[in-house]
Write a protein that binds this ligand. Structure first.
Ligand code: DGL
Length: 239
């Protein structure tokens, strides 16, 4: 095996800090890779913005990361992946990995009867990116989606264990709880931070899919297939 094949960093972006959950997964899956992370905290949230705006922001950030000499782009933000993946693929010469397809694949693999739930922002759920991706992989799967717009502000506020969050989550999950789901996609960068609460409310038989972690694994596969894995020591930059 060659010692170093491509030591350029992996570019990762999100609307804010939530995408660090994907970076954490990347560190675990690919400990020798360098990462350049961009969190657009100045313009967060993306979940309530239009397709055009999120696409414009995504293209701007991608151009910045390309200038940092990244070898591929991981779009950790579910809203940006839902709206802007096509535009990014058209515009960039480097490979782009979004969260939608890897998470949809994982959910389908975990759901023999195709009973899948999707939690996300208003943008992600409204775009129908997840149900469409799941339908391509498992025709006839029954997908229940629920936008959870109050989760991100409460998580940003640090109210991870606040009773208000539990009450709101219980309300959001009523329909999913009654639907005997096999898996539920955490279709937002922030939701892995409240995965224990969601698991507790849905019950132990429902398997949760961490979209960032799945995208990190897809990035590992992509780089390995292209012979572009690096060998450390890694250097990381966070913007
Ligand atoms: N990063 C966004 C996502 O994964 C959530 C936060 C936001 O609304 O910007 O959809």
């Amino acid at each position: 095996m060659p010692a170093t094949r491509d030591s350029r960093p992996i570019g990762v972006f999100d609307s804010g800090l939530g995408g660090l959950t994907a970076v954490h997964a990347l560190f675990q899956t690919l400990p020798e890779e360098s990462v350049v992370y961009f969190g657009d905290t100045a313009r967060l949230p993306y979940g309530s913005k239009s397709r055009d705006t999120v696409t414009r922001f995504s293209l701007e950030i991608a151009a910045f990361l390309v200038r940092q000499n990244v070898k591929c782009l991981l779009v950790a933000c579910n809203t940006a992946s839902s709206y802007a993946l096509e535009a990014l693929n058209r515009r960039l010469d480097i490979p782009v990995v979004g969260v939608i397809e890897p998470a949809a694949k994982a959910a389908v693999a975990m759901s023999p009867h195709g009973r899948i739930g999707v939690l996300g922002t208003l943008g992600t759920v409204g775009s129908r990116a997840y149900p469409e991706a799941i339908d391509l992989l498992a025709v006839g799967a029954s997908v229940i989606s629920r936008a959870c717009p109050l989760f991100v502000p409460l998580i940003e506020e640090g109210w991870l264990h606040h009773p208000v969050l539990r009450q709101i989550a219980a309300e959001y999950l009523i329909e999913m709880k009654a639907a005997s789901l096999e898996s539920v996609i955490l279709g937002c960068t922030h939701y892995p931070l409240i995965a224990p609460l969601i698991q507790d409310l849905l019950g132990p038989e429902v398997r949760l899919v961490d979209s960032g972690a799945e995208a990190a694994r897809a990035t590992a596969t992509l780089l390995s297939e292209r012979g572009q894995l690096a060998s450390g020591p890694p250097r990381h930059h966070f913007f």
